[in-house]
Design a protein around this ligand. Structure first.
Ligand SMILES: CCCCCCCCCCCCC[C@H](O)CC(=O)SCCNC(=O)CCNC(=O)[C@H](O)C(C)(C)COP(=O)(O)OP(=O)(O)OC[C@H]1O[C@@H](n2cnc3c(N)ncnc32)[C@H](O)[C@@H]1OP(=O)(O)O
Ligand SMILES: NC(=O)c1ccc[n+]([C@@H]2O[C@H](COP(=O)([O-])OP(=O)(O)OC[C@H]3O[C@@H](n4cnc5c(N)ncnc54)[C@H](O)[C@@H]3O)[C@@H](O)[C@H]2O)c1
Length: 293
């Protein structure tokens, strides 16, 4: 397994893919960002531009470093061509197992056999995503937190077949990006973070759904009583309610019981195209915070 990483391919230019591409570029890597169309790639680049501008404005990043990072990011819709030159791939497409498996089959065919294939899935088992790959030992979970440019923790998940060599390459890459890691040692749905957070967030959404409290008051309890940076309802709006619905539904189906079951309000908001901050409204009317998404 090659530890020599120069070219990083990020597949999916949405909330997470654009942020991960930015983090890798700030870490000094050449990055190619792939998505299905030019319009969505342009939105991803605009998100990166906005984030770099904010980082410079708040003094967290120098102007030269921002310009360098910007210059290291290219985009394309040609996955196969981009995969040929990649030294590391990070997948950040929609949270749908069939879509991820179809992508990993293509990546398995197009990338060099020594290239580590990482998935940013929120909860699917890494071994399931790796099923169509001939060499599942190179597939690993690399679960960034949202928003990736500000959140330094990355959860690394070992699939049933993930090799030590793939873990080592991943560690080196994340260290170069200045990221802290926690290791999920068993390939369980939801890993560490989303088994914790989905239970909390679905209970928070249930309190709103049942008319027991407003989103503001639920979030106030989390912030002022438990010292969380953001309340769970604001975090749902940040993560995207469409993604949160997919994640909670899948976890609920896997584990059974009530702890991860999404209350009806989540599907209702998604049906109304209220996806959270990324669409301008979710539980909250005009975006829950000043966070750029
Ligand atoms: C409680 C747990 C909830 C978990 C939800 C899970 C729900 C169920 C499943 C959901 C789906 C998948 C979830 C996924 O798999 C896992 C996740 O990633 S969940 C989300 C995790 N993230 C969080 O919980 C975020 C919590 N928030 C924070 O930690 C902080 O608010 C912050 C984001 C780090 C910001 O911290 P501060 O610096 O303290 O914040 P300030 O408000 O003071 O400053 C903001 C500052 O930052 C600038 N800014 C905003 N966005 C960006 C950006 N993208 N890039 C660069 N800069 C940005 C902003 O402009 C401000 O700048 P300033 O005005 O100060 O110049
Ligand atoms: N939103 C969060 O807070 C968060 C945090 C951590 C992990 N994740 C996970 O990251 C992944 C992406 O989530 P997101 O919030 O960025 O979603 P998003 O909807 O913002 O972006 C997904 C992107 O993938 C693209 N896409 C879909 N199929 C594709 C394909 N076959 N090839 C290339 N591009 C394709 C879409 O066009 C879209 O731009 C999901 O697996 C999600 O569970 C999300």
């Amino acid at each position: 397994m090659s530890a020599e990483i120069r070219e990083v391919l990020v597949v999916g230019a949405g909330l997470m893919g654009s942020g991960i591409a930015q983090v890798a570029a700030q870490g000094g890597f050449q990055v190619t960002l792939v998505d299905t169309g030019e319009e969505v790639l342009a939105r991803g680049l605009a998100r990166i531009e906005d984030s770099l501008t904010r980082l410079v404005r708040s003094g967290r990043l120098g102007e030269v470093a921002a310009a360098d990072a910007r210059a290291r990011i290219g985009t394309t819709t040609d996955l196969v061509e981009a995969a040929r030159g990649a030294d590391l791939v990070i997948e950040a497409i929609v949270e749908d197992l069939d879509a991820k498996q179809a992508l990993f089959a293509k990546l398995g065919d197009s990338c060099r056999p020594d290239v580590v294939l990482a998935t940013n899935t929120s909860q699917f088992q890494i071994s399931r995503i790796a099923e169509p790959c001939e060499r599942p030992e190179r597939v690993i979970g690399v679960h960034f937190s949202n928003p990736p440019p500000l959140m330094t923790l990355v959860e690394v998940i070992l699939g049933d077949h993930t090799s030590e060599a793939a873990l080592e390459v991943t560690r080196e890459f994340l260290a170069a990006c200045d990221r802290e890691i926690v290791l999920c040692r068993k390939d369980v749905p939801g890993f560490i973070s989303n088994r914790l957070s989905t239970a909390l967030c679905m209970e928070a959404a249930r309190l709103v759904d049942e008319g027991i409290a407003t989103p503001e008051d639920v979030d106030k309890v989390a912030r002022l009583m438990y010292g969380h940076k953001m309340g769970p309802i604001a975090t749902l709006d940040l993560a995207g309610l469409d993604t949160a619905l997919r994640v909670s539904t899948a976890l609920s189906e896997h584990y059974g019981g009530d702890r991860f079951t999404p209350p009806p309000i989540l599907a209702q908001l998604v049906e109304q195209s209220r996806y959270g901050n990324k669409s301008g409204a979710g539980f909250y009317e005009n975006g829950s915070s000043q966070l750029a998404v």
